[in-house]
Design a protein around this ligand. Structure first.
Ligand code: S3P
Ligand code: PEP
Length: 427
C-alpha cells in the first residue's frame, strides 16, 4: 500500500483474519537521541548503530551538526565526530520533546548565539523549568519573558553548573536534559526535584544508565540526581528496537485474536515499552519472551485495564484505543502530564474515539473508557504520531476509519503504514 501524502486520509485497513506476523521494529527514539547527545559530547568519535531514522532523530542530528558536531552516515548508521561547539546557529526542534529538552543544555556549552524554535505546538510544551534551571546554572537565555520556546541561548563556551531545584512534574525530560550535558559542566550538576511526582521513571533510569555506560559518575536518591564533571567516552551505541512503538502491533494480536512477534526484544531494558508485557497480560493476552523475541497471542476476547500509567505515559494513546475495543471498562490514571505532549492527548483521545461513537470520559488525571460499538469516520491526529497508531488499531475492528495526516507518524516511525500492511499480510 502506498504511503499517503499529508493531506490525504489514510483508510485504516480492517483485519479480515487473525494476524499472524513477525514485525521487526526500528530503533528506539529515546535511546537514539540520548546516544547522539552523549556521542557529541564525548572525547573521541563514536557510532550509533541501528539508530532510529525518523523526524525526531533527524532533527537531533541536524541540531548537533549546526553546533559543529560531525554526524556522518554509513549504511544507515551514524558516525559522530565531536567538535568545538559554536554558534551562531538556528536549531529546529520540530515537535520533539527530546530535542527541545536535551539540546539547550548542549547549546549552552557552545560559544556564540544559538536560537531554538520548533513547531507551533512546541511553543506550548513545558520548557520554563529547564530555562530557569539553566539560568540558575550560569547560562544566559533570552526568551523574551515567554518562559517557553522560542529563545536564544547566549553560549559562553562553558557552563559553571552546580545545584539547582526544579519542578519536573510536567516532564521527566526536563531532568534528563540537564543530566545528559552535565559531565561537561565545570561543577557537574545536582538536580533536585520539588513538586508533584516526576513522570516516566524508566526514561530517567535510561538517562542514568546511558550516562554511566559513557563513563559518567552519576548518583541518585529519591528526587535527586548528581552528575560529576568528567569526560564522556566515545563508543559504539547499539540501539534497541523501539518497544513503545511495538504497542499497536502487539495490540493487533489482541484485537484480532492472532499472534504477533517482535524480534530482538531485549531481555532487560530501561525502555518503558517493556511494561507492555504486563499490561497486555493484564488484559488477557498470552505473553512470552523467548529467543525469537516477544510473542503476544490473543484469544479474540480481552478485558479492560485499570492501570496507573504515570511511568509509561507514552503508551496511553494505543492502550486507550485497545481499551475502547475491550470487553469491559478501563480506567487509565496518573497521566495528567499528557496534556503537554504532542497534543493534549487526553482531550484528543476523548474527542476522536467519541467521534467514532465511543464513550471516553476525561478524568483530572486520566481517562475512563467504556467500550461501545464504534462506527467509521475521520480520526484527527493533531500532529501526534501516537494518534495515528491508535487510529490504526481501532481500524482493524471498525470499518471506515479514515486517518487524517497519517504522515505525522514519521515523528518516530516513518514506515508505519508499510509495517502495518505487512503485518496484515502475515509477514
Ligand atoms: O526521555 C524520553 O526519551 C521521553 C520521556 C517521556 O517524556 P515525559 O516525561 O515528558 O512524558 C516520554 O513520554 C517521551 O516520549 C520520551
Ligand atoms: C511524548 C512523546 O514524545 P516527545 O519525545 O516529543 O515528548 C511520545 O513519543 O509519546
Amino acid at each position: 500500500m502506498p504511503s499517503a501524502t499529508p493531506q490525504e486520509h489514510w483508510p485504516a485497513p480492517v483485519a479480515s483474519a487473525p494476524v499472524d506476523a513477525t514485525v521487526p521494529l526500528p530503533g528506539s527514539k529515546s535511546m537514539t537521541n540520548r546516544a547522539l547527545i552523549l556521542a557529541a559530547l564525548a572525547d573521541a568519535p563514536g557510532t550509533v548503530t541501528r539508530p532510529l531514522r525518523s523526524r525526531d532523530s533527524e532533527l537531533m542530528a541536524g541540531a548537533l551538526r549546526s553546533l559543529g558536531v560531525g554526524v556522518g552516515e554509513d549504511a544507515g548508521d551514524w558516525q559522530v565526530l565531536p567538535g568545538e561547539l559554536a554558534g551562531p546557529a538556528r536549531v529546529d526542534v520540530g515537535l520533539a520533546g527530546t530535542v527541545m529538552r536535551f539540546l539547550p543544555p548542549v547549546a549552552a556549552l557552545a560559544s556564540g548565539e544559538v536560537h531554538v524554535d520548533g513547531d507551533p505546538r512546541a511553543r506550548e510544551r513545558p520548557m520554563g523549568p529547564i530555562i530557569r534551571a539553566l539560568r540558575a546554572l550560569g547560562v544566559e537565555i533570552d526568551d523574551g519573558g515567554r518562559d517557553a520556546l522560542p529563545f536564544t541561548v547566549h553560549g559562553a563556551g562553558g557552563v559553571e553548573g552546580g545545584t539547582v531545584t526544579i519542578d519536573a512534574s510536567g516532564s521527566s525530560q526536563l531532568v534528563s536534559g540537564l543530566l545528559l550535558a552535565a559531565p561537561r559542566f565545570a561543577k557537574g550538576v545536582e538536580v533536585r526535584h520539588e513538586g508533584p511526582p516526576v513522570p516516566s521513571a524508566p526514561h530517567l533510569a535510561m538517562t542514568v544508565a546511558m550516562l554511566r555506560e559513557a563513563g559518567a559518575i552519576v548518583e541518585t536518591e529519591r528526587n535527586v540526581w548528581r552528575v560529576a564533571p568528567g569526560p564522556l567516552r566515545g563508543r559504539e551505541w547499539v540501539i534497541e528496537p523501539d518497544l513503545s512503538n511495538a504497542a499497536q502491533f502487539l495490540g493487533a494480536a489482541l484485537v484480532t485474536g492472532g499472534r504477533v512477534t517482535v524480534p530482538d526484544w531485549p531481555a532487560s531494558t530501561t525502555q518503558p515499552g517493556d511494561a507492555l508485557r504486563g499490561l497486555l497480560a493484564a488484559m488477557g493476552a498470552e505473553v512470552a519472551l523467548g529467543p525469537d523475541g516477544l510473542t503476544v497471542r490473543g484469544t479474540g476476547a480481552f478485558s479492560g485495564l485499570d492501570a496507573d500509567l504515570h511511568e509509561v505515559g507514552e503508551l496511553t494513546p494505543v492502550l486507550a484505543a485497545l481499551a475502547a475495543l475491550a470487553d469491559g471498562p478501563s480506567r487509565l490514571t496518573g497521566i495528567a502530564h499528557l496534556r503537554g505532549h504532542e497534543t493534549d492527548r487526553l482531550a484528543a483521545l476523548v474527542t476522536e474515539i467519541n467521534g467514532l461513537g465511543g464513550d471516553v470520559r476525561e478524568l483530572p488525571d486520566g481517562l475512563e473508557i467504556r467500550p461501545r460499538p464504534l462506527r467509521g469516520g475521520v480520526f484527527r491526529t493533531y500532529d501526534d504520531h501516537r494518534m495515528v497508531m491508535a487510529a490504526a488499531l481501532l481500524g482493524l475492528a471498525v470499518p471506515g476509519v479514515e486517518v487524517e495526516n497519517v504522515a505525522t507518524v514519521g515523528k518516530t516511525l516513518p514506515n508505519f503504514t508499510e509495517l502495518w500492511t505487512a503485518m496484515l499480510e502475515g509477514a
